[in-house]
Structures are given as structure tokens and as C-alpha cells.
Design a protein around this ligand. Structure first.
Ligand code: AKG
Ligand code: FE2
Length: 351
């Protein structure tokens, strides 16, 4: 893989990652992304964002972004759409049950996802969409299972809200990929050709409140790492539920910070960086007494992209830990482990 050396040489990158990993973080850094939003920013300002991303990814695996460039009205409109969707009659939600889709789109009821395989099912319901790819597209016909059309409920305003959010946060994700490239000493546009038809999934999630004594094996979302390169999560203001596991085995709260998204490294990026960047375990428990909604956007590259350990992240003492896999095959294998409908057998025909 072509690598451009910067002031931060490859040996330094690996070493800084390993040193940092032994630290037990107690806080999640906040990074100002203004320099990657503003085309007039200087190279030094852009590099400073890369340095901050690198520090966060090696030490924590999570960071907040502020000055992200996404219109707040797009975000609030999507929360409104999500509330309306989850309030629909169960019949209408079940009409678009995810098992009826051949490409993992639609409604996931309570307890039908089990992110922590040792647990009893997650206390959330969700709606999943991704890139709209027509059924006669060559990649769909070639059997690249996760490409294809979305499915939609009968609900005015829902589809435009979700599609508007998808586009806005995809653009943010491109900027975050730029931050990752700088963090890795790669050319800033390194990932651009790999995210033209991305395996990027948007989901809205509803977590009912949990009261009384809580069985840790049945929470909003069980302990897990994410599968893709990174996740861009918007959390509903005023309700703290997300927790992040540090190196000392302590759960650190990751409350919503108004005006930010929270980003976490996923397993694809951990593989790409040979674990120099940490895909950190996290979970969510809604003890607030209120309904909680959140909006994750899981960003992985195009289906056929090989996820191959970067040269900058290996040394003779630390050879590549992972074989190369393609983005699409990797995500499919992870969904197979998590979703009840994928274990139950073939998807049902739509209807
Ligand atoms: O809703 C949250 O706070 C976390 C969601 C999450 O971790 C996920 O969907 O992978
Ligand atoms: Fe997650």
C-alpha cells in the first residue's frame, strides 16, 4: 500500500499507539473539526486536527466532534421523524420487518438484536437504511448482499428526513475520513476513492427506559464494538446512557454534549491499523425514566475494498495481526452473528 511519510514516521505511530493503550482514560476528548470543514484553512490547522484524532484513537477510541458542519435543523428533524416512526402501530412497523429485506433494511423489533452474545437481547427497537441502490444495479445482481433498495413505512416526511440526514452525515463522514488519513500520516484524500459507494448504514434507535434493578444481561444495547471503520453517533440531548469501557475495566459515561456528534473507531479501522487505533467496547443503558432516541451512522468503505493492515502500523516485532478481508464480506459475517433474523435462515420475500 502506498504510504506518504510525514513528520510522524511509521515506527513512531506504532509505538505511540502501544504506549497509549496501557492508559486508563477517564474522559473522552472533544475535537474541533472546523479546519476540515473550512476550505480556506491552512495545512497546519488541518494537521492539528489529524494529530488530535490520532491521540484520541490511540488512547480512547472515542472522540466528540464540534464544528462539524451539519445543520442542526437536519438533526432535530430526524429526531422528530424517529419519534413518529416508533409511535406507528406495530402492524405498520412489522410490515417492513428487516427479515423481509434481502439487504438488511427495515424495522428491528425489541430484543431481536443481541450485540453481546452472552446476553438476552437488546432493549431497543430500530429502523435501518443505507445507500439507495436500484435492484437492477450490477453489484446487486452480482450478489453483493448489502447493496439494494431501502424500504419505507407509510409515514409522511419520514423518508425525506432520513435521506437528508444520510446525505449530511455522509459528508461529515468524508471529513472524518480525512481526519483519519491525516492521523495515519496518509495523504488527506487517501480514503476518498474507497467511499464512493459506501457500506454506510443509518439507523434510528428507540430505547425505552429501564427501571428498578437492572439485569446487566438485558440492557439497551449490550457490550460490543462496532463493525465498520467508525460510527458517527448523535445522542438525544439531556439523556445520558452511553458508556465506554476503559483499559482498567471501568465504564466511563459518554453523555450527550450539545452541538457535537460522538465518533468511535470500529473493527474495520482497528484491523486496518493493526489495533493501533482502538475499537473500544461500549454499551447503553437508559436509566433516565424517559424514552431515549439515538442516531448512529456506521461508516464502512465500498463493498470490495480490501481491509488490509497498513504498512505504517506494522514493525518486525508487530507483524500484521489480521488477514485481509473485503469490507462487504466482513460486515455480512458480523451481522450474521448479531441479528436473530439472519440466524433463522433465508430472508422472506417482501410483502
Ligand atoms: O445509542 C447509543 O448510545 C449507542 C448505540 C451503539 O453503540 C450502536 O448502535 O452500535
Ligand atoms: Fe455501538
Amino acid at each position: 500500500m502506498a504510504v506518504v511519510q510525514t513528520g510522524n514516521g511509521p515506527r513512531e505511530l506504532v509505538d505511540s499507539g502501544l504506549d497509549a493503550r496501557s492508559l486508563a482514560f477517564t474522559e473522552i476528548p472533544v475535537i474541533d473539526f472546523g479546519a476540515l470543514v473550512d476550505p480556506a484553512s491552512t495545512q497546519a490547522e488541518r494537521m492539528a486536527v489529524g494529530d488530535a484524532v490520532r491521540d484520541a484513537c490511540t488512547r480512547v477510541g472515542f472522540f466528540y466532534v464540534r464544528n462539524h458542519g451539519v445543520d442542526p435543523a437536519v438533526i432535530s428533524g430526524t429526531y422528530g421523524a424517529a419519534r413518529d416512526f416508533f409511535a406507528l402501530p406495530m402492524d405498520e412497523k412489522m410490515r417492513i420487518h428487516i427479515r423481509k429485506s434481502t439487504n438488511h433494511r427495515g424495522y428491528v423489533p425489541l430484543l431481536e438484536e443481541n450485540t453481546d452474545p452472552t446476553a438476552k437481547g437488546d432493549l431497543h427497537e430500530a429502523f435501518d437504511m443505507a445507500l439507495e441502490v436500484p435492484a437492477d444495479d450490477a453489484d446487486v445482481l452480482a450478489g453483493k448482499t448489502m447493496y439494494g433498495p431501502n424500504v419505507w413505512p407509510e409515514l409522511d416526511g419520514f423518508r425525506p428526513a432520513m435521506e437528508g440526514y444520510y446525505e449530511a452525515v455522509y459528508q461529515l463522514g468524508r471529513r472524518i475520513f480525512r481526519g483519519f488519513a491525516l492521523a495515519l500520516g496518509l495523504p488527506e484524500d487517501h480514503f476518498e476513492p474507497l467511499i464512493r459507494k459506501p457500506m454506510a448504514q443509518l439507523r434510528v434507535v428507540h430505547y425505552p427506559p429501564q427501571q428498578g434493578p437492572i439485569d446487566e444481561r438485558q440492557i439497551g444495547i449490550g457490550a460490543h464494538s462496532d463493525y465498520e471503520c467508525f460510527t458517527i453517533l448523535n445522542q438525544m440531548e439531556g439523556v445520558s446512557a452511553l458508556q465506554v469501557l476503559n483499559g482498567a475495566g471501568e465504564w466511563i459515561e459518554a453523555p450527550p454534549i450539545p452541538g457535537t456528534f460522538i465518533i468511535n473507531v470500529g473493527d474495520q479501522m482497528a484491523r486496518w491499523t493493526n489495533d493501533v487505533f482502538a475499537s473500544t467496547i461500549h454499551r447503553a443503558i437508559n436509566r433516565s425514566g424517559r424514552e431515549r432516541y439515538s442516531i448512529p451512522f456506521f461508516f464502512g468503505p465500498d463493498y470490495d475494498t480490501p481491509i488490509e493492515v497498513l504498512d505504517t502500523c506494522t514493525t518486525p516485532e508487530r507483524p500484521a495481526r489480521y488477514p485481509t478481508v473485503t469490507s462487504g464480506d466482513y460486515i455480512l459475517s458480523r451481522f450474521d452473528e448479531t441479528f436473530a433474523y439472519r440466524k433463522a435462515g433465508e430472508p422472506e420475500p417482501a410483502g
